[in-house]
Design a protein around this ligand. Structure first.
Ligand SMILES: C[S@@+](CC[C@H](N)C(=O)[O-])C[C@H]1O[C@@H](n2cnc3c(N)ncnc32)[C@H](O)[C@@H]1O
Length: 270
């Protein structure tokens, strides 16, 4: 706990990232990974190896949701590209140090939903839209959305809950964040890879069956290239007898499977 408080205080971040809880969430991910290192190992290795297959090299690699770099083989990938841009609301100090040690790697603090800064402005619920986080950067040769899609709504939902929004409004907003992200990815040049959890499975020791819910607010995905499970919260993490396992899916060429022609209009509200 003290370690997390210190890390949170020392993590460089924008005021919005701190106020909306993105900093605390990135710090919490680190603590969870330390508690469940063995349980998480296969998921992290599967993600890293999938990303290494997709990111074969070229001019510019963009990684969205790079965070703590737990699931990104950065030292292997960066030499394959002239430049690598890591995009996240929060880049922890350890991730910044790894990036700084490699030629051509930059960290961009940015919001891929273009919504966070608008929450709390008194203008009602913002509409997710295509972000400008890559403008001013060369076009990507390869983009990876890295265990990010299911996390887009986490901090905004908590803010909306605290400010009295109804559950169904929050769920519609979450679905709009996810759908807009998937649509935006399909408009990017170059090859786009996507790794995301798609379902949460809760089981309780001694109770038959499981409770299953969508991680993506029921936004449908096409058939995946690879799939695996991530025992993200072994017994004791959430409750003493409860286990949470995520179903993860990976897509090696998102633009092909989800063509821009079939994508919905950017800026569509929840
Ligand atoms: C589950 S983590 C992904 C794992 C990450 N690659 C790692 O190894 O830590 C989700 C990441 O998405 C980032 N994130 C969530 N919402 C975001 C947003 N709107 N814009 C940019 N990054 C966001 C979080 O800060 C976090 O680092």
């Amino acid at each position: 706990m003290i370690r997390e408080l210190i890390e949170s205080g020392l993590t460089p971040a924008t005021g919005i990232a701190r106020r909306l809880g993105y900093v605390d969430e990135v710090v919490a991910i680190g603590a969870r990974e330390r508690r469940h290192r063995t349980a998480w190992a296969t998921h992290l290795a599967r993600t890293a190896s999938f990303v290494a297959e997709v990111a074969t090299g070229g001019d510019h690699l963009v990684v969205l949701g790079s965070g703590r770099l737990l699931d990104l083989p950065l030292e292997r990938l960066a030499p394959r590209y002239r430049r690598t841009t890591l995009v996240d609301m929060v880049h922890p100090r350890a991730a910044r140090r790894r990036a700084a040690a490699l030629a051509g790697v930059v960290c961009v603090e940015g919001d891929v939903t273009a919504c966070a800064a608008l929450l709390g402005t008194g203008h009602g619920l913002p509409s997710p839209s295509f972000p400008r986080v890559l403008s001013g950067h060369p076009p990507p040769t390869t983009t990876i959305s890295l265990n990010l899609a299911s996390q887009l709504a986490v901090a905004p939902s908590q803010w909306l809950e605290r400010h009295g929004f109804d559950d169904d409004v929050i769920a519609r907003f979450g679905a709009a964040l996810v759908a807009t992200h998937l649509d935006w990815l399909a408009t990017l040049p170059g090859r786009v890879g996507l790794v995301t959890d798609v379902r949460r499975r809760y089981t309780r020791r001694g109770v038959a069956g499981e409770v299953v819910e969508s991680s993506l607010f029921e936004v449908p995905l096409p058939p995946a290239d690879q799939a695996w499970t991530w025992p993200v919260a072994p017994e004791g993490e959430i409750e003493s007898a409860v286990t949470l396992t995520l179903d993860v899916e990976a897509f090696g060429d998102w633009t092909r499977v989800r063509s821009p022609a079939s994508a919905s209009t950017p800026g569509g509200g929840p």
